[in-house]
Design a protein around this ligand. Structure first.
Ligand code: PGA
Length: 223
């Protein structure tokens, strides 16, 4: 049956993901392509605003967001948690403080992702909900650059656990802050108005298999 499915499923899978999803989506797609070697993949990476614009134009089979734009024609499949963690450089005063009140964390100079970032959107909503004003010191357009700027001692930040689990995080500590981490989830999003291709349908079935979530979760270092 699997061989039959393989033979039938060929074509191009177009998928666009927000920058923070680029750490794990390639593993999911890589495993999927082992099953369906005849599939071509076009993967686009951008921030939430850029991927929302692609979604509205109906360019891709799927987009991956943790904060999908709210539209009735968008069909969401939730597939993985995404916790946003408070971080500081090793040796930072707050890292020795025990449990830190959110208001106190917010007073430290904070390094933020750019306007249009989903990470930033989630942080701003969380701070609003808790009546906290962040002391934003810098705006930086990449998770990697935020990490390195934190390591260099310029301030604290809040980033997805996925951004922290990949690459160099050696100079960073996760802070124990009240009402943190910010808990969000990843969604695979497609539009009702775009007919689903056999390739896209195969990916959706693949993601929905019960063991898939467990496999992806074990790929996150530190879990
Ligand atoms: P970002 O997206 O890369 O735009 O910050 C992450 C997210 O939507 O959570």
């Amino acid at each position: 049956n699997l061989t039959k499915m393989r033979g039938l499923t060929a074509g191009t899978l177009r998928i666009a993901v927000v920058t923070t999803a680029k750490y794990f989506i390639p593993h999911l797609i890589g495993d999927f392509c082992q099953l369906y070697p005849d599939i071509n993949v076009e993967l686009k990476v951008g921030n939430r605003e850029q991927i929302s614009a692609r979604m509205a134009e109906g360019i891709d089979d799927f987009c991956v967001f943790s904060h999908p734009p709210k539209k009735a024609e968008y069909l969401l499949t939730e597939f993985l948690p995404n916790n946003l963690m408070a971080i500081a450089p090793h040796g930072h005063a707050l890292s020795k403080a025990g449990r830190i009140p959110l208001q106190e964390f917010a007073r430290a100079p904070v390094l933020m992702r750019e306007q249009g970032s989903g990470t930033r959107y989630a942080i701003e909503r969380h701070m609003e909900k808790h009546n906290c004003d962040l002391n934003v010191r810098m705006t930086i357009e990449s998770n990697e650059a935020v990490k390195h700027m934190v390591m260099s001692g310029m301030g604290v930040s809040i980033l997805s656990e996925h951004a922290l689990s990949v690459g160099d995080s050696s100079g960073l500590v996760v802070l124990d802050v009240e009402d943190m981490p910010i808990k969000t989830n990843w969604f695979l999003v497609r539009s009702r108005s775009r007919p689903i291709s056999p390739v896209a349908e195969a990916l959706l079935d693949y993601v929905k298999q019960e063991d898939r979530l467990a496999q992806l979760t074990t790929m996150l270092p530190g879990e």
